[in-house]
Design a protein around this ligand. Structure first.
Ligand SMILES: *[C@@H]1O[C@H](CO)[C@@H](O)[C@H](O)[C@H]1NC(C)=O
Ligand SMILES: *[C@@H]1O[C@H](CO)[C@@H](O)[C@H](O)[C@H]1NC(C)=O
Ligand SMILES: *[C@@H]1O[C@H](CO)[C@@H](O)[C@H](O)[C@H]1NC(C)=O
Ligand SMILES: *[C@@H]1O[C@H](CO)[C@@H](O)[C@H](O)[C@H]1NC(C)=O
Ligand SMILES: [Zn+2]
Length: 493
């Protein structure tokens, strides 16, 4: 027996394939302990443009970048508005694939429209075949929660996110005291007390302030300071509850913001003034909502409407639905209307009159730099002090699934695009994580692997002997033999 052990030891130490037993042993450890999974907190600060930290002092965001990963910027899906882009974060699908194509739910037959808030409660609108990560996590035995995040109110295939706080109808999105109460709830109650694995947390700013005062306003800069204080508070609460080594923060936004051009010299887009175009030819329209629009022409009027609008204004882009540029991924869904419009940066699309008074807008082409959100992460699974290049937000979903250890639904993202942000894995076999470990760590792990392997060999041999013994000794039940086996294991360690 002892001889066998030495033989095995020798084999392991001298073998060039020493990594093989290492992998199998550490693999065993992570499966049996079952608690190696870390938590994920997905935070969205609505309309936080990628460069909002450039003209404001943001100590907490700067510290977070030092402790974690900062992307230069990220690219949201088109249409760059709130509900559609948030649902891409939650599902990893482009908008034409998940079906939440607009903030406004509409019915072209009844002419009915529901605004952003009311649309949150139309289950059939959100539940169009793609599952948000909460439901997938719950189905695979994890605990998920969501606070105010778009999509939280809806039921998906008969299931809602189990722990949730749906945004109230009239809510002051800028109240910093409320923000802290929400943070206390998510960190203190949901992650700490209830041990949730995943939570999505939404803040309605700096979007509102960006719309009202414009992205270059002092009010927007003040709101970014409030965001920064809140980031500091979130990290402080995580530390306070001892969650720093277990909880990953992924912080981003749904879209950016750009200044709307105004004044005498600006050639406003007013559809009714475009020669050859008439709303009489239109059965249903969705315009007067920032820089994008959709039209359903009456029977037989498609070509006329299209020809009138195409080239009808120097800053208006007009496409038949099926001719939308493929890169926008906003073409295939049956909910999209036959004609899709979007404006150049700075312009909004008006129907009959100009009555849109926002100083800032979003909803433009996702290639426009002002539409890009920020992106930061920090936590045990991420690299530290790393600046990475841009990527599309559709790739955040597979990253979150990977960290949570859940099997993703079919999606349009790829872990390959985002995995370089992850810290080298310390305890899973199979990949090359060990090559990036320090040699000391490698030595320690190698030694424990050898010891672990020897213990396994010892236990196997011992239990085989015990088995033989119990077989011979008829009064001894298997139960006692097993107990003895455990005893031996303990005394030998
Ligand atoms: C729109 O309304 C019509 C008439 O009530 C109804 O038949 C149809 O199912 C509705 N469509 C949607 C998407 O709700
Ligand atoms: C998605 O919505 C479209 C249009 O409303 C509908 O035709 C389709 O059946 C829906 N698909 C699913 C899976 O709910
Ligand atoms: C902000 O929220 C707190 C807590 O809900 C409330 O007590 C306070 O009155 C609010 N402040 C303002 C200015 O509305
Ligand atoms: C893994 O390590 C081998 C040998 O060092 C190397 O050839 C290979 O490129 C590595 N693979 C990855 C994914 O890093
Ligand atoms: Zn938004």
């Amino acid at each position: 027996m002892l001889l066998l052990c030495f033989a095995v030891f020798d084999l392991i130490v001298s073998s060039p394939c020493a990594a093989a037993p290492l992998d199998s042993v550490s693999g065993l450890q992570s499966v049996s302990s079952g608690s190696t999974r870390n938590k994920v907190l997905l935070i969205s600060f609505d309309g936080f443009r990628w460069d909002y930290d450039r003209d404001v002092d943001t100590p907490s965001l700067d510290q977070m970048a030092k402790d974690g990963v900062k992307a230069e910027y990220v690219t949201p899906p088109f249409l760059t508005i709130t509900s559609p882009t948030h649902f891409t974060l939650l599902s990893g699908r482009y908008i034409e694939n998940h079906g939440v194509i607009h903030n406004i739910w509409f019915n072209t037959t009844t002419q009915e429209k529901k605004q952003y808030y009311a649309s949150q409660f139309v289950d059939s609108y959100w539940d169009n075949g793609s599952l948000p990560i909460w439901i997938t996590a719950q189905r695979q035995g994890l605990k998920a929660g969501s606070l105010h995040f778009p999509g939280t109110a809806a039921t998906y295939q008969g299931e809602t996110v189990k722990v949730r706080q749906v945004e109230p109808g009239f809510y002051d999105h800028a109240n910093e005291t409320d923000w802290r109460l929400n943070v206390d709830k998510v960190i203190g109650e949901w992650f700490h007390q209830q041990d949730l694995d995943f939570v999505s947390l939404y803040f309605g700013e700096p979007d509102m302030t960006g719309h009202k005062y414009g992205p270059d306003s002092p009010q927007r800069r003040e709101m970014v300071k409030q965001v920064d204080r809140t980031v500091g508070y979130i990290r402080d609460r995580i530390e306070h509850h001892g969650l720093t080594e277990r909880l990953n923060i992924i912080m981003t936004a749904d879209h950016g913001m750009t200044t709307v051009l105004r004044g005498e010299q600006v050639n406003e887009i007013i559809l009714s003034k475009i020669p050859g175009f008439s709303f009489k030819d239109i059965k249903f329209h969705l315009v007067d909502y920032g820089p994008s629009g959709m039209l359903l022409p009456k029977e037989g009027m498609l070509e006329k409407v299209y020809q009138a609008l195409k080239g009808g204004h120097p800053h208006l882009h007009v496409y038949k639905k099926e001719e939308m540029p493929a890169r926008l991924h906003y073409s295939k869904h049956p909910r999209l209307l036959p004609i899709i419009l979007f404006a150049d940066p700075g312009y909004v699309i008006n129907g009959f009159y100009t009555f849109q008074y926002n100083k800032g807008e979003h909803g433009f082409d996702n290639e426009v730099m002002d539409m890009k959100p920020f992106f930061r992460t920090v936590g045990p699974d991420f690299q530290k002090n790393l600046l990475v290049g841009p990527f599309e937000t559709v790739h955040v979903y597979p990253l979150m699934c990977h960290i949570l250890g859940i099997i993703p639904e079919i999606n349009d993202g790829h872990l390959d695009i985002t995995k370089h942000m992850l810290a080298p894995k310390k305890n899973t076999g199979g990949d090359n994580g060990s090559t990036e470990m320090s040699t000391e760590l490698q030595a320690v792990i190698g030694l424990s692997a050898v010891i672990g392997f020897l213990v396994l060999v010892f236990i196997t041999t011992t239990s085989y002997n015990l088995f033989k013994r119990s077989k011979a000794n008829r009064y001894k039940s298997d139960h006692i033999a097993a107990e003895e086996k455990t005893d031996q294991k303990q005394t030998n360690f």
